[in-house]
Design a binder for this molecule. Sequence first.
Ligand code: PRP
Ligand code: HPA
Ligand code: MG
Length: 192
Amino acid sequence: MSRIHPPEFGDLSPDISEILLTENQIQQRVGELAGEISELYRDKNPVLVGVLKGVLFFMADLLRALPIATEVDFLSVANYGGDSRKQGPVRLVKDLETPIEGRHVLFVEDVIDTGLTLNYLLRTLKARQPASLEVCVLFNKPTKRLIDIPLRFKGFDIPDRFVVGYGLDFHEKYRNLPFVGLLKPGVFSPKL
Ligand SMILES: O=P(O)(O)OC[C@H]1O[C@H](OP(=O)(O)OP(=O)(O)O)[C@H](O)[C@@H]1O
Ligand code: HPA
Ligand SMILES: [Mg+2]
């Protein structure tokens, strides 16, 4: 089975300087992660919890690769600091609809950078007394971490660079690229 993509990504392609992970590499690793996850959660009917919006493609692909019964739910967060994101605390702007007390919860994240977002969310979910709470992250930037977080399932360690694609955005753009890449210096400005 193959997916249909335009040969070029229209007006997005010229903004990309380098592809770090191809669509095939990502899809293969997602399949491997699904295998590992299904071993741990067989017969446990876990709740997969994702944080919007970056996780949308990873969650969709992971769910479809999992050969076990699961449920899915989503959270949404905002940074108190507005534009100075990644520096201040986060707050919940959309909560789960699923009560997770006594449930096996797998937190699914697209990228972990400082770990501040995940740290806040894990503390919030732990207080609801799930039967278990583990983390699955696709892209991990180990050198950016401010808070240590145990990662039960991990897709790739990636360098400390700002990446886009496969759900990851720069000012809400580039999420729809099927690969993960770097933006050209003229396009990406960390101060924006
Ligand atoms: O480890 P941290 O430094 O906290 O960064 C990781 C968070 O940043 C990204 O979300 P973002 O705030 O970009 O929201 P989005 O998913 O809607 O793009 C990502 O999806 C994580 O939730
Ligand atoms: O590299 C990144 N790209 C997009 N969003 C992000 N959020 C944390 N790190 C990143
Ligand atoms: Mg983002």
